[in-house]
Every structure is written in C-alpha cells, then in structure tokens.
Design a protein around this ligand. Structure first.
Ligand SMILES: [Zn+2]
Length: 435
C-alpha cells in the first residue's frame, strides 16, 4: 500500500509539473466527428475526420470512413463545423481591463482597487479567454498585482475556476524612470506597475525573485515613452542597458526559462536583441538590422497589431501624431518581418484592449497585412507551442497532444473572422462550451 501511495504521489507530481490535471487511467473515450479539421500544424485542412480522446489527451485522428467508434464512447458531432486546436494568445494581461481614463485609468487600477477586486476581474478575463477558444495564454505581467497571476494559474489548475493554461510572467522588470505610476509629486514614493531594478546586480536579483515565486517567463520593458522625432521617425526611450538585460537573460536561461522583451524601436530594441531576448513584443519599428539579427538569433516576434488602432489621441496633438506613426510603422515592420521569414507569433495585448472585445480580431489585422490565414492560425497554435516549449502538447490536434479543441461554424481559411465566433471549446478533455 505504501508503495502504491508513493507511486500515486510521484504520478500526481509529474502531472502537476506538466500543467495537466490527473486523468483516470481507463476513462470512457470521447469521439469528435469533425467536418473539417485544421490541425494547427499541417498546411492543408482535412475533411470528415474522427478524433478519439481518452482522458485529457488525443489518442488518434483519422478518416471518418471506416473509423471504428470505440465502445461506450461519447460522440460529439461537429460534422458541420471546422475543428481546430485550442488557440494560444502569447501576449495578454488578465489583470488589466482596458481601464477607462474617465474612471481614473491605469493609475486608479493600482491605487484604489483592492487586490481581491483585481483577482476577481482577472478570473473573469481568464474565463472570457476560454469562452473565445483561447485555451492557453502567455500572460506577460500583472501590472502592479504582484504574483496574482501565479494564484490565478493555481486556481485554474486545481479546478476552482475555469480558464486557459497559463504561462505567467509575474511582475515584469523595468528601470527607474521606465514605468508608471508617473507624474506625481517627487516627494511621493509611488507604487510601480513593474518591478524597478537598476544595475546588473539588481536586475539579476529581480529575475531570481520572480523565478523563485513562480514566473514561467520573465518580462522586461526595454523601451518606455515614445514620441515623433525631428525627422518624423518613431523615437523610444530606452530603459535597461545591455549589461542589465544580460544578467536577466543569463539567470532565466539558467532556470530553463525565457525572456520576453517589450521593445518599440531604436536603441532599446537593439539592446533587447544584443542582450539575447527570446521574444520581441510589439516591435513597432523594426529596421533591417533588427530583422537580420532576429533571423540570426531565432528571436520570436509577437507584434500585437490591433491594440495600436485603439484610443488614438486627436490628430492635431503630439500624442495623436505619435499614435498614428506607431500604427503606420508597425504595418511596415510586420510586412518586412513576414517577408523575411521572422517567426511571428499571435499576441494581442488583451487587457490593453477590454476583455469584452473579441480576442481573435488580431487575426484580421495579420491577414490584412499579407499573412495567409493558415499561417495566422499556426501563429496562434503550433508555432506558439514551440515558443512555449510545448511542441506536440498544445496547438495541434494529433495523437499525444492535450485535448484542447475548438470549433467554429464557418471556414476561417476563407474568412478569418470566423475565428471570432467560437462555438465549441474543450480544454484538457473536458467540454467547457458547446455540445
Ligand atoms: Zn502588454
């Protein structure tokens, strides 16, 4: 008995480590009949497929013709729908809610909301993501809510609340003068939306603290303010030095973790690449040297296009001109990166956008700027999985993968907007929504 208990303990520990809920050994299978299957990895869809799910994994995928439905199986008929793997949004903030400036905006969220209020709203955000077919999020910092994301992740994994698989970045790191809250009397010690660190000793220590407290990724702000320069170019204030960043990257890589770097343009963007960031977030103005370096180093690019089309200031103000330049430079950068073959991954900055809006709107921007719909889907499935070191486990409908499966009514290869109305959602073998 003792031995069995020990083995059970070990098994559940391994399960927890792999971010999956323990599944019974001989669960009755579930069978999905898929009218069309876009499996997340193959370049072509397949029709009339049968997906057999046992426990929380896909056991087999094959042609419906001649397929044997296992005895006792629950059959889910999606024969009139397009079935895909659960989607991955690799840039979200469940602790942000697209704060309304009229209600005090970003600052009020930190200064007046009790942490429990923020956690309650993050719980709703996580549910919203799952409802829209996003079964995995890389959530890139809590914006002043400390290690709240670690708690939400634990609550999801333990089954207390519904939500996607979370890869969390905890507090994020920037430098003095590199993050809000700002603009208060200098005598006041204001809280900041990120952990502030200066010098390689402090930045390494911040990374260690965050990794120790459960960060799956480290998020670093490599640029902060931006404005229109003398020659009409987008200028961004750099934050960390290369040495400060290298200390973080070295530490994170030692722990087997990666570093996501918010970087808009110029000096800060180049420091991000020289310092060895694993992913560039936003990358609004990628010059040719940056693109060449990203290709050479295998850097991921998470552009987050749609968010830069929201909340523009008036056209005749410096902020308004900057907002328009950000969007126009971004379009050029995205097109150049796409043409050059940079590894582009789907991300939205949800939270910057209210969670009431469709997450999948980002797909439309990507396709509008020249990405093939299948490529856009893979940026939110199998390619994201590789970035997250989850290749073959998420972002694909194939034997051995977690049963994270969604369905939409239309054909997203003809109209990418079909992904904005997800009807069926299964996560980890459990139906969350639909049949
Ligand atoms: Zn963000």
């Amino acid at each position: 008995m003792k031995n069995i208990l020990y083995l059970l303990c070990v098994a559940s520990f391994i399960n927890a480590a792999a971010q999956e809920s323990p599944a019974p050994r001989v669960a009755p299978p579930t069978v999905i009949r898929a009218g069309t299957l876009i499996d997340g990895k193959s370049d072509k869809p397949r029709h009339d497929q049968v997906i057999v799910i046992r426990g929380n994994r896909v056991e087999s995928v094959g042609d419906a013709a001649g397929a044997k439905i296992p005895a006792g199986a629950t059959v889910i008929d999606l024969s009139q729908q397009t079935v895909l793997p659960g989607l991955v949004d690799s840039h979200t903030h469940i602790f942000l809610q697209g704060e309304d400036p009229a209600k005090g905006g970003y600052d009020a969220n930190i200064l007046t909301a009790p942490l429990a209020m923020r956690a309650a709203r993050a719980t709703v955000s996580a549910r919203r993501a799952l409802e829209q077919g996003f079964t995995t999020l890389r959530d890139v910092e809590t914006e002043g809510a400390g290690y709240g994301d670690v708690g939400i992740k634990q609550a999801i994994n333990a089954g207390y609340i519904p939500g996607p698989r979370l890869f969390v970045a905890t507090r994020a790191i920037s430098t003095t003068g590199g993050y809000p809250l700002e603009g208060y009397a200098p005598e006041l010690e204001m809280p900041k939306g990120a952990q502030i660190a200066d010098g390689p000793v402090e930045t390494r220590k911040a990374a260690r603290e965050q990794l120790d407290h459960g960060a799956d990724w480290i998020k670093v702000y490599m640029t902060h303010r931006s404005w229109v320069g003398k020659n009409g170019e987008l200028v961004s204030q750099p934050t960390l030095t290369v040495e400060e960043l290298r200390a973080i990257v070295d530490e994170a890589h030692g722990w087997g973790k990666k570093v996501a770097c918010h970087a808009y343009s110029g000096i800060g963007l180049h420091r991000a690449l020289d310092g060895g960031c694993d992913s560039i977030e936003h990358g609004l103005d990628l010059d040719d040297a940056a693109i060449a370096q990203m290709l050479k180093q295998g850097t991921w690019y998470v552009p987050t296009l749609a968010v830069y089309y929201t909340d523009w200031s008036a056209a005749d103000t410096p902020e308004g001109q900057r907002d328009r330049l950000r969007a126009s430079a971004h379009e050029v950068s995205f097109k150049k990166a796409l043409k050059a073959g940079v590894k582009i991954v789907f991300g939205t900055d949800m939270g910057g956008i209210p969670w009431t809006e469709p997450i999948a709107q980002e797909f439309s921007r990507m396709v509008e700027f020249g990405m093939q719909p299948m490529d856009a889907i893979q940026s939110a499935t199998s390619r994201a999985a590789v970035m997250l070191d989850m290749e073959g486990k998420i972002g694909v409908v194939a034997p051995g993968a977690f049963a994270d499966i969604i369905a939409v009514a239309g054909d997203p290869l003809r109209d990418i907007k079909a992904l904005e109305s997800v009807r069926f959602v299964m996560k980890d073998g459990q139906v969350f929504q639909g049949k």
